[in-house]
Design a protein around this ligand. Structure first.
Ligand code: IVH
Length: 697
């Protein structure tokens, strides 16, 4: 092999590796559909690095090895935008959108630029909540990247943008001679959370939201820092475009467009960008008229929480570029496009005070009292502050201007104070040393973040919350027992414990505020139904610390009755699935307290008797390894009852009969499953037979 041909083959190999690496980068970072493993990708990269090290003359700035190459800068240079970077007008409601569509169609009427039915065609896009940037490609190579700045002049962030894996350093396909592509840089929410966790561990700045994190990451003078930040880019527009055409360079004009496109549209431009390997988000749609726009808004609004990144609205753009030209610009915004904003999820307001709420287990939660503020589509006056440590960490003080966030149905929270606006005379929050409701001492265990009221059920707040808990859907499921009524019942002294609930009658209930005769009767009926709960639900309703829904069910199955559970010692408790010393200790302590035993006795006296539970202890998992099929109607047990008992005994319930079926339980009107069982010679039981099997007969 001669020297030159060897050099040629190295150059070819390098070329091949570079385009493979770019292709896999695109598949990974843009399509989220990698086709090779990380290890294989690393091998390609390693080989390229080695070849470039031995042939430094072959290194080019577009090589994927050169993404993080630049040295830290002293300051950003400024960049003048050849085509200004404009912003968008805003629509906030239906009326604004209808008016926008009317302005557009009035202007275009008679121009032949509307569709046959007279409707204007639009492209609808997401309004990414990040930072606008402009990327300049010359001969397909990324030569410059700039921020929007004031729209005329921005900052040169080329070295930083080059570190984004989703941004191609080199375009592919039939790209124009010059292409200035515009779009948004942003950060996924999950990446933002991870970044903040890492920042906290290192004792570095915590970012308020993904947008600020993206901005902070792009404004780094050291590109090596930007390279560690998980930023992404989506293209949605363009600035200057020059196209080589018959040997001549033409400036791209919207009317003449791309030579290969007879009637260029915004949608086609974005498809075209995609062909060059640029990331374009796929949520865009072509729609007609204001109905089409509003439909996209509604759909996007209801699915936005499923997106991996934040958006603050949607953007509507007239699709035909010729029509865009007719419409033109007013001041700094186009007449052919508009942003339709979602109600802001973050607003600032004044923190008027901090009160504490006492929960069911006595946990003291600080709650911010706010000057009413419209955020996330509702007026918010209270927001959670989690706990005292969190308040210290965020340095939130009473009197501060604070950022309040309410996203989706999530409880509103105070994100942070706006330190620049801190007035004189703000005050710190201190957890009270006595419960504001019952006056009992408040204590904080060393390894816990929360303080607790030590009043137990003596504390009316804990009593109310524990009754609300017991009435809940996962517990006794008492419909019609709302918070307001519980407040009145506890405050009037009528209800001191869960058991007292079952002594209420319709006549007295009707005398409470907002209770009519009918609702009183309904509540009494609901209480009657709640008198025969499943044992697991009753145990859960008692609110024993560390005993959740599942543990309660396991305990019920294991012990079969409340008496058996109450007299269990630690070793017996530890025999239950998932019960360790903490849960076991909590159960023993709970039943060790006289007033808890009294409540259980009172519940019994008030006629609360859980349904009999089939014990699985002692007899062990009697049906372990057995699969049963239920068919037809049993005289006493419902399908659910039977299933519950079989599962409790460690068995499985299947919907179809096969050779693996251990028993078929057949009731009245059993059909094909019974026939199949007989064919396969599988034992068939009736309800009595099933009960005998469960009891180990
Ligand atoms: S088009 C001439 N499309 O919103 C119109 N902007 O409020 C130029 N933005 O500065 C903008 N998503 O940072 C456009 N799909 C989208 C967008 C979008 C987010 C941002 C952009 C712009 C701001 C205007």
């Amino acid at each position: 092999m001669t020297g030159s041909s060897k050099g040629g083959s190295v150059a070819e190999r390098i070329d091949f590796l570079r385009s493979e690496i770019s292709r896999h980068n695109h598949l990974y970072y843009v399509q989220a559909a990698p086709i090779i493993s990380d290890a294989e990708f690393d091998r390609l990269m390693k080989e390229l690095v080695a070849l470039e090290e031995s042939h430094p003359d072959l290194i080019t700035p577009e090589s994927p090895t050169q993404r993080v190459g630049a040295a830290p800068m002293a300051a950003f240079k400024s960049v003048r935008h050849v085509v200004p970077m404009r912003s968008l007008g805003n629509a906030f409601d239906r009326g604004d959108v209808v008016a926008f569509d009317k302005r557009v169609s009035d202007t275009l009427r008679g121009s032949g630029l509307t569709s046959h039915d007279g409707n204007v065609e639009y492209v609808t896009e997401l309004k990414f909540d990040g930072l606008a940037v402009s990327l300049r490609y010359e001969d397909g190579r990324l030569v410059q990247a700039a921020t929007r700045g004031d729209g005329q002049t921005g900052e040169d962030i080329t070295s930083n943008i080059r570190t984004l894996r989703s941004v191609p350093l080199k375009l592919v396909g039939d790209f124009p001679e010059v292409l200035e592509v515009r779009g948004e840089v942003l950060m996924n929410r999950s990446d933002f959370d991870r970044l903040n966790q890492a920042q906290q561990r290192r004792g570095e700045k915590i970012f308020v939201n993904p947008r600020n994190a993206a901005a902070g990451s792009l404004r780094q003078l050291d590109p090596r820092v930007t390279a560690t930040r998980p930023l992404r880019f989506f293209a949605y527009g363009w600035g200057e475009i020059r196209i080589r055409h018959d040997g001549q360079t033409e400036v791209f004009q919207q009317e003449s467009g791309v030579p290969s496109m007879p009637r260029p549209t915004h949608a086609k431009m974005l498809d075209w960008f995609k062909e060059f390997g640029l990331p374009v988000n796929d949520s865009r749609k072509v729609v007609k008229g204001s109905e089409g726009l509003l439909d996209f808004y509604a759909r996007t609004g209801s699915t936005r929480t499923q997106l991996p990144f934040d958006i603050d609205g949607v953007v509507y753009k007239v699709n035909s570029l010729a029509a865009q030209d007719v419409l033109g610009f007013v001041a700094r915004a186009p007449r052919f496009a508009i942003a339709h904003k979602f109600p802001a999820e973050e607003e600032t307001t004044t923190l008027l005070g901090i009160e504490v709420q006492v929960g069911r287990t006595g946990a003291i939660t600080p709650v911010a009292r706010l000057k009413p503020v419209f955020v996330g589509g509702v007026t918010v006056t209270n927001a959670t502050l989690h706990n005292e440590d969190e308040i210290r960490r965020k340095d939130v003080r009473i009197g501060d201007t604070v950022i309040v966030r309410r996203a989706g149905d999530v409880i509103p929270e105070v994100v942070s104070p706006v330190l620049e606006l801190r007035p004189a005379g703000t005050s710190l929050f201190l957890t009270p040393s006595n419960c504001p409701v019952c006056g009992s001492a408040v204590e904080r265990l060393e390894d816990e973040a929360i303080s607790r009221c030590t009043g137990g059920l003596f504390c009316p707040a804990q009593r109310k919350q524990s009754i609300i808990h017991a009435a809940g859907r996962k517990a006794l499921d008492i419909e019609g027992l709302g918070e307001k009524l519980v407040d009145q019942l506890v405050d009037s002294g009528r209800i001191k414990s869960l058991a007292d609930l079952f002594t209420l009658n319709a006549f007295e209930l009707a005398s409470y505020e907002r209770m009519g005769r009918k609702s009183a009767e309904n509540l009494v009926a609901a209480l009657d139904q709640a008198r025969t709960p499943e044992l697991g639900r009753l145990l859960y309703a008692l609110g024993i610390r560390h005993v959740g829904e599942t543990t309660a069910r396991d305990l019920a199955r294991h012990f079969g009755s409340i008496d058996a559970l109450m007299s269990a010692d630690e070793s017996q408790l530890l025999a239950v699935n998932d019960v360790g010393p903490v849960v076991g200790g909590s159960i023993i302590r709970f039943f060790g307290e006289t007033h808890n035993r009294e409540i259980i006795a009172a519940l019994n006296d008030a006629g609360v008797h859980p349904k009999p539970e089939v014990k699985t202890a002692g007899g062990g998992q009697r049906l372990a390894g057995k699969t049963l099929v239920l068919t037809g109607t049993m005289p006493n047990w419902s399908r659910d009852d039977a299933t519950r008992h079989i599962l409790a005994a460690g068995g499985k319930v299947s919907g179809s009969v096969s050779k693996k079926t251990s028993y078929v339980v057949a009731g009245e009107d059993a059909g094909s499953k019974l026939v199949k069982a007989q064919e396969l010679g599988i034992p068939v039981l009736d309800e009595g037979g099933l009960k005998a099997l469960l009891e180990g007969a």
